[in-house]
Write a protein that binds this ligand. Sequence first.
Ligand code: 7TS
Length: 408
Amino acid sequence: MSLDLNNIRKDFPALQRETSAGVPLVYLDSTATSQKPLAVIGAMNDFYRHSNANIHRGVHTLAEEATALYEGAREKVAAFINAPSARQIIYTRNTTESINLVAHTWARANLKAGERILLTEMEHHSNLVPWQILQTERGVELDFIPVTEDGLLDLDAYKTLLARTPKLVAFTQMSNVLGTINPAAEMIRLAHQAGAIALVDGAQSVPHFRVDVQALDADFLAFSAHKMCGPTGVGVLYGKEDLLESMPPFLGGGDMIKEVKLRSFKPNSLPYKFEAGTPAIAEAVGLGAAVDYLTEVGMDHIAAHEHEITEYALERLEEIPGVKLFGPSADKKGGVAAFTLEGVHPHDVAQILDRDGIAVRAGHHCAQPLHEKFGIPATSRASFYLYNTKAEVDLLANGIYKVKELFG
Ligand code: 7TS
């Protein structure tokens, strides 16, 4: 099951570089964005060198090639998450836009004042603020599944909150801070039983383990290419076909229409109804290449490798006096280790680690309410992907010991 790390690391040019400090890069920030393999960089390069044209609107060779590549990538994405049809794959800019699309269209068409949306306390701001905007505009009510001290969702509280009959349950499949992998299939089953639909924020799950929308029975799934070895600028919204069909369009303009009169328009069929204007074509091609790359390495192998690295990282960090880790044990989480170091600000930890080439993120990681819940303004966060090694975890642990020395 183990990955050939030597060869995998060779696929990522950025991992070969040194930082400004003149030391090899130890990239432990894939939760923010992953590095990109040559296969993705090459596919985008090839697109611009050979096939660049706008899509869906030309009969010339390049336009047909560009359209085939763009639509081919959609087919790959559909297969990757086991969507019944590529018509259910909407290209967006990122997870954030995918969630906003649902908030603007499905929610505005379906939710009235006083109706409820159920979220969790561990959500990224991208799965909070769109619903808060709706709360202000529409008077919908928000409820939150609490997070327990050990970083899990309180599922008994979830069942109680479902009794308030929310119309939508929207939650992250994996926390970008705690690393917690939530029992999505069970949560969706309970949501459906209570008459709600379920939106899954897959920003941190789709890149790291096999996600099957049919097995989950998810109504919506949102994710970003840039966290799964693909480029920035393109993301995905998957939706059940009947929901997508029933939803009004999101943005208006080119490509999302069938017919336009001076005072009216007829929307295009799926998925184009939600794709207004010239999209990120090369980026979609890059996403297709990323899906091919991840599939070739194997999502189960990637998940197993990350589990091994995370288990080791938690072990190494736990043994450092003054380090406090957040989130559950390795068996319940993905490759994220958020921590505080007693007496040292998380930003100082990150800055000093950077001197040794170690890239971690510090801050609230766009999950301010979660940090507030734990009574802290910020954490330092190391995160792991298919290309990280145990040797890098050792460098991180040594780096933290150095920080401790520096701060006495
Ligand atoms: N949802 C989750 C769970 C995330 O982790 C992120 C990004 C998003 C949504 C938003 O994704 P975007 O591609 O639309 O920006 N998380 C992080 C992070 O943890 N550090 O930087 C970005």
